[in-house]
Design a protein around this ligand. Structure first.
Ligand SMILES: *Cc1c(COP(=O)(O)O)cnc(C)c1O
Length: 223
């Protein structure tokens, strides 16, 4: 890792933190109420090392295997979040590796996660992903089914749900999607909202995000 790379990653992180703080303050929230998740998927090792050197400890990955390869050997004192779709046959590995799984979105996965968490004697904090734009290619429970799914997770599957996550459609204004996610969370008694990426994290903070998932604005474009 060169000194130049170290300096530019540190500056990018500080700039994102400053923008989060400004958006929080402008909407009457405390900057400390918003967690920055650094999305490290597909980033080269020198940029990861530079980000670790800034003191950043919370990272997001969208693939179990890639996260295992990147983080398995240096898991200590980090918080790892799975932000990509999870296949049931990877649930055991995901429960072992991640501190947070943000993409719970179907009964089959809820059942498998419940089994694996019981087997392991504990497991990650869980977010339900909501497909706010009802896009067929995107993961997530659709908004009209969210209340029933959250209830089933809590009841039938005995899972504790910490919050909700969404990825708005690329071609639409993100604000209404963030507002919808916040409304679903509110009526289900959920306090955590994972929303906002490089292009829209300030909007997400204004709509109540408690964590933002930022990749390219921190690390540069992915290889
Ligand atoms: C890749 C990814 C991000 C980060 O995207 P950027 O636009 O690079 O900030 C955030 N959330 C999810 C679910 C992702 O897959």
């Amino acid at each position: 890792m060169t000194a130049t790379l170290q300096a530019s990653i540190a500056a990018a992180r500080q700039a994102v933190l400053d923008r989060i703080a400004a958006a929080a303050t402008a909407s009457g929230r405390a900057p400390g109420d918003v967690t920055l998740v650094a999305v490290s998927k597909q980033q080269p090792e020198d940029r990861i090392a530079a980000m670790l050197a800034t003191g950043q400890t919370i990272f997001g990955e969208n693939r179990v295997q890639e996260a295992q390869d990147r983080w398995g050997a240096r898991r200590n004192s980090l918080e790892l979040r799975l932000i990509g779709p999870l296949q049931s046959n990877k649930a055991r590995e995901a429960v072992a590796l991640f501190d947070v799984i943000e993409t719970l979105d179907r009964p089959k996965l809820a059942a498998v996660l419940a089994d694996e968490i019981q087997r392991a004697g504990g497991g990650p904090r869980l977010f339900v992903q909501v497909n706010t734009g009802e896009e067929p290619q995107k993961a997530g429970v659709i908004p009209t089914e969210a209340d029933a799914f959250i209830a089933a997770c809590r009841g039938e599957f005995g899972l504790q749900i910490e919050g909700l996550m969404c990825i708005p459609p690329e071609a639409e204004a993100a604000g209404p999607h963030f507002a919808l996610l916040a409304a679903i969370a509110r009526r289900n008694g959920l306090e955590r909202l994972s929303m906002g990426m490089s292009a829209d994290f300030e909007t997400a903070v204004r709509f109540g995000a408690t964590s933002v998932r930022v990749g390219s604005a921190l690390f540069g474009t992915r290889g």
